[in-house]
Design a protein around this ligand. Structure first.
Ligand code: AMP
Ligand code: MG
Length: 299
């Protein structure tokens, strides 16, 4: 692996793309300080250039160099959750080209909790812009077998780190104001954030503050229908004993998140007419999973 990481680091420094494992989902990475390299990410994903990317760094010092100020409450979040699936949106110093952030004067940054990603960031000695390694609006890959051929043909290297532990994208928190605003839900919940900061947490998941957070996203090829109870003959995700073409999902939100995209990828391979998904409980711990399912079901 060390040799592969070195080769990948060379590719990054030469302005090419690399698929990287992170604890959330696989990322499509480029040198975040190189505008030409970052433009390749938007092209490979088919992603609108107004849709900002997350910058991955290896240390708090590296993050600090990219942003103007980090409020005390955001430092509390960093101490508790970095490295980990928490992204902070902060005011940019301009070190990262504005095109990386879709023209905004803010930057989204996190330290990923994955040894391979961290070794690559260190070897390349660059912050990495890395959105999920999926085509725009499609399912995110949580193992290399899920990678789309268009993505594969656009990269210089693929680093295989096995299945992703978290399985869904990071929680995105706007830290440019006095209190935390959740722009995208994830396994780090509003409760975690309010307990850590002692502040009231609000949610703005569909606001202009979170551009590119489209109502349709994370979608399998087949139409996804959220149902109370799965039909006997339907392909889909169930909490109960599975029938043919059905996947039994873990009863806990963390276990469910880890399994979600892989299960949808597996069902998509069967080319079903549609996929039924039993609705998880309407409680706060299920917020991130419900968010992904609702977006995947949006047509
Ligand atoms: P992805 O890179 O695919 O995990 O998605 C990144 C998401 O993070 C975007 O779609 C936005 O919702 C959010 N994001 C990234 N940068 C910013 C920013 N500067 N301001 C607000 N939201 C951001
Ligand atoms: Mg994404």
């Amino acid at each position: 692996m060390e040799q592969q990481i070195q080769a990948a680091a060379d590719a990054i420094r030469s302005g090419n793309l690399v698929v990287i494992p992170t604890e959330t989902v696989y990322g499509l990475a480029a040198d975040a300080t190189n505008e030409t390299a970052v433009a390749k990410i938007f092209a490979a994903k088919g992603r609108p250039s107004t849709n900002p990317l997350i910058v991955h760094v290896g240390s708090f010092a590296q993050a600090s160099a990219l942003v103007r100020e980090i409020p005390d409450w955001a430092r509390d979040l960093v101490s508790r959750f970095w490295p980990g699936p928490l992204t902070l949106v902060l005011k940019s110093t301009g070190v990262i080209p504005y095109s990386v952030a879709g023209g905004l004067n803010t930057i989204a940054v996190r330290i990923p909790a994955h040894p391979v990603a961290l070794r690559l960031i260190a070897a390349a000695d660059r912050p990495l812009a890395a959105p999920s390694a999926n085509r725009f609006t499609k399912l995110s890959p949580t193992q290399v077998e899920h990678l789309d051929p268009t993505i594969l043909s656009s990269v210089a290297a693929v680093l295989d780190g096995g299945p992703c532990e978290v399985g869904i994208e990071s929680t995105v928190v706007d830290a440019t104001g006095d209190t935390p605003v959740i722009l995208r839900s994830g396994v780090i919940s509003a409760t975690d954030i309010s307990e850590t900061t002692g502040l009231r947490v609000t949610t703005a998941q569909n606001s202009v503050k979170s551009p590119g957070h489209h109502p349709r996203h994370y979608a399998p090829r087949a139409e996804l229908r959220i149902v109370e109870k799965i039909t006997d003959s339907a392909a889909g995700l169930t909490f109960g004993p599975p029938g043919l073409g059905q996947v039994q999902m873990p009863p806990s939100p963390l276990g469910y998140a880890t399994r979600l995209y892989a299960a949808l990828h597996e069902l998509d391979e069967l080319n079903p007419e549609y996929i039924e998904v039993e609705a998880p409980p309407d409680t706060s711990v299920w917020e991130a999973v419900r968010d992904r399912l609702q977006r995947a079901a949006h047509r």
